[in-house]
Design a protein around this ligand. Structure first.
Ligand code: IMP
Length: 190
């Protein structure tokens, strides 16, 4: 056997989602963001560590691809967040379910999120990280749904702006399903 293994048979007409952003477009954009982060943080001269902070669980696939395009020493940490509400509506009440493993005081923190929807989660996270005296906090999000914004949060590094559709794949789920789709799809039967 040679070359890349065949992509699993997703995106059939019977699947409850349809492709919105394909694998190649994602890969291209992730590489561009990684290059931008490399340029921005490579230009810093303060010697402070750079922490890539993944928000569990939706960011893990994006983060895994992204950090391989960052040509600088970084370390990874993760934070678990639960936001109350039903499957598709955030209530705006956010709680940390798993905290960082190391202090971030004096470090440059890049929060990596899967999607900014209402904006409550990242607003809470940015405020929370700022109380821990980092050198800086920036936000990197794969997706943004501006039509749903209830909080304005600056996204320093953004993959794609998307319409007001519920999306799955490349880390994003509906009821914990479909995180392993290699593309981003929108749910068609919801
Ligand atoms: P926010 O607090 O409303 O911005 O929501 C942020 C979180 O809600 C994200 O980190 C996702 O976990 C989840 N979420 C929002 N929209 C979607 C979607 O379209 N698909 C999957 N998860 C979503």
């Amino acid at each position: 056997m040679s070359g890349r293994p065949a992509t699993p048979a997703w995106n059939r007409s019977t699947d409850p989602f349809a492709e919105l952003i394909g694998e190649e477009a994602i890969a291209r954009r992730v590489a561009e963001i990684g290059a931008q982060i490399t340029a921005d943080y490579g230009a810093l001269t303060d010697g402070a560590q750079v922490v890539v902070l993944g928000v569990l669980k939706g960011s893990v696939i994006f983060l895994a691809d992204l950090v391989r395009h960052i040509g600088l020493p970084v370390y990874l940490d993760f934070i678990g967040i639960s936001s109350y509400g039903d499957a598709t509506q955030s209530s705006g009440v956010v709680q940390i379910t798993q905290d960082l493993t190391r202090p971030i005081a004096g470090k440059h923190v890049i929060i990596v999120e899967d999607i900014v929807d209402t904006g409550h989660t990242v607003h809470y996270l940015i405020e929370n990280m700022r109380t821990r005296s980092p050198a800086s906090v920036k936000l990197c999000s794969l997706l943004h749904k501006p039509e749903r914004a209830e909080r304005q949060v600056p996204i320093d590094y953004l993959g794609f702006t998307i319409p007001n559709k519920f999306v799955v794949g490349y880390g994003l789920d509906v009821a914990q399903q479909y995180r392993n789709l290699p593309f981003i799809g929108y749910v068609t039967n919801a």
